[in-house]
Design a protein around this ligand. Structure first.
Ligand code: ZN
Ligand code: ZN
Length: 273
């Protein structure tokens, strides 16, 4: 890893990126399923919630009361399965009592998936009305979607070539920093435009050159996308076990000249524009 800041997530007050899941659905002691938090001012946004993500977020100081929005990149299990835990938890009287609904942002397929989870556990995931609500992001090919998150932070979404439900996100924080998330991705869609000039680009590099995974990037290809987008820092993530045998940063360095970080669970990175 290069330029790592290994500070604790518990004391974040400045804008920061917190990595809570740099792995995949393949269980590993050191890397959980996809999950990140962007903390800005008094707001905290959680990006993707694979299995166990909400527990990891609580361990890092971000329980359900501390979250202001949840953004879902797509409906593959390693990115959205904790929508089950979320709906189950919100049946209880404790979390977010008296608060505004917790907003979940995503492609309309995310709302459909949440409903399918409720149908799979009849009666057990029916949170009372007003505990959470859904906000559809609707980017079109060649046209980014623009919205606003709680606290007045700007949210931009764009089409990503991976799955029909895939969107990437660009958070333009009120304090200035811009951080972009690919979710799972390969070349195409509007990913480069979405990440254009971002201070930090959290980009997947799931597969190796030796055994690339369909619908995913490799470190060299991720570096090329980061260069095309002209980002300030490239944060590589979503490592399947095979690629972890490779010199990931060195491979990305062949195609991207700027700072490169390999995401690690628990890593906290200050966001500065
Ligand atoms: Zn996926
Ligand atoms: Zn994935």
């Amino acid at each position: 890893m290069e330029d790592a800041d290994t500070g604790s997530a518990h004391s974040v007050s400045r804008p920061a990126l917190v990595v809570l899941g740099s792995g995949t659905a393949v269980p590993r002691r050191d890397r959980g399923t996809s999950c990140y938090i962007v903390a800005a001012g008094d707001a905290a946004f959680l990006i993707d919630l694979g299995p166990g993500a909400l527990h990891r977020a609580a361990c890092a100081g971000y329980d359900l009361d501390a979250l202001d929005a949840i953004l879902v990149t797509h409906i593959h299990p390693d990115h959205c399965t904790d929508l089950i835990s979320l709906q189950f938890a919100l049946r209880n009287p404790g979390p977010r009592a008296g608060r505004e609904p917790l907003g979940v942002w995503g492609h309309s397929s995310v709302e459909d998936q949440a409903r399918r989870f409720r149908e799979a556990f009849p009666g057990w995931l029916d949170a009372p009305p007003g505990r959470w609500d859904f906000h559809a992001v609707t980017p079109q090919a060649g046209s980014l979607w623009h919205g606003t998150l709680p606290g007045g932070h700007r949210l931009v979404a764009g089409c990503v070539a991976h799955h029909a439900s895939s969107v990437g996100y660009r958070l333009e924080l009120r304090e200035g920093p811009i951080v972009a998330f690919s979710g799972d991705a390969t070349e195409g869609g509007d990913l480069v435009e979405l990440a254009r000039g971002a201070d930090v680009f959290v980009l997947e590099a799931a597969g190796s050159d030796r055994d690339p995974i369909e619908g995913h990037l490799t470190p060299r290809r991720a570096g090329a996308l980061a260069r095309a987008a002209g980002v300030g820092r490239l944060v590589l993530t979503h490592f399947y076990p095979d690629v972890l045998n490779d010199p990931i940063a060195a491979q990305a360095r062949e195609t991207f000249e700027g700072p490169i970080t390999l995401a690690q669970d628990g890593w906290v990175h200050p966001l500065m524009s």
